[in-house]
Design a protein around this ligand. Sequence first.
Ligand code: FAD
Length: 379
Amino acid sequence: MAHALGSLASVSPSVAADASLRKTRFKINNNLSFDNKLWIPMSSVNLKSRLSSTKYRCKVVPMSVQQTVRSKIPVQPLELEDAKEPPLNLYKPKEPYTATIVSVERLVGPNAPGETCHIVIDHGGNVPYWEGQSYGVIPPGENPKKPGSPHNVRLYSIASTRYGDSFDGKTASLCVRRAVYYDAETGKEDPSKKGVCSNFLCDSKPGDKILLTGPSGKIMLLPEEDPNATHIMIATGTGVAPFRGYLRRMFMEAVPTYKFGGLAWLFLGVANSDSLLYDDEFTGYLKDYPDNFRYDRALSREQKNKNGGKMYVQDKIEEYSDEIFKLLDGGAHIYFCGLKGMMPGIQDTLKRVAEERGESWDTKLSQLKKNKQWHVEVY
Ligand code: FAD
């Protein structure tokens, strides 16, 4: 079958899974093969014209429909599903784990303001974590505020599932934005004031050692009691990290104990299309799981909101507020992750929408918190 199609590109699961990484990205024509099963994007299968042709009637439809679903990737070790509670603080700042950098890839295009990198770290299976948790990183060097002591720990949301990007439970990935400092008066970059840890991470090379603490955090764990639940994820920039983990678990990995059949809806706010993160991965889920995944992007420097201003995630939330409120009333989980500054605008929008609907936002918010539907991790 593969040879008959001629233009088919065969891609190993781990490479295909990371096709959204810009440096490693390559064009794969229109057809992909995963685990020797054929996947043809729906767009390349003109079902309507085939159906109207007597030649294909009855014969082609079931095959074509089957072929549109990419098979999920097996993961191991499945013992990572066994624990009832998430792992917490296995390594502390005084006794961190020494892990190894596997790869560092720039995620954004040339016109993105700033740099964001995808960093894969080999922990040898010794620092297990659950989706939505964070690692601590201790950058090398001396803490300028405490001479003779190491730097303080910086936290980073883990952007992979517990199986990591190589599906073997031995790695974790981070999505790190390089912190740079611009002098307010001259407007010029001042390298002496650049962020210590983010620059260490983005500059690191395969084989470099890295001190890890954690994992930490319970707020952003993915509630899995109901595999058919609705999850509304709102991210700005690197805030997408935990959601990449959730979505890989839902749509990319074959996890026997978690078969997602609900709705995952991702709102991602970034500056422009070159700043989009993991976009290929997410658009792939849209093609494969159109009934289970929605994906809305807010590009503040490229798109305008309904008032002609910059398009932020809260403008997208407002656009879909009726649906979002109905989903929340039906028990949906809502998550927010990214820069602290995202929350006031979002809260104002939600409050305004609630009032327009004749509801009290304060009452609604305390209900959502009480029901454990409201999850916020901003930094
Ligand atoms: P620091 O060295 O700590 O500097 C902080 C800022 O101060 C920088 O912008 C730096 O340019 C500026 N600065 C330095 N010196 C001066 C000076 N003399 N005067 C004025 N300004 C100065 N970040 C991510 O990129 N991805 C994530 O997924 C992520 N997840 C997080 C999850 C949690 C729960 C939390 C709490 C934070 C998360 N962060 C994440 C943020 C991360 O922990 C760091 O805060 C961030 O990377 C900056 O750390 P740094 O060491 O690079 O900068």
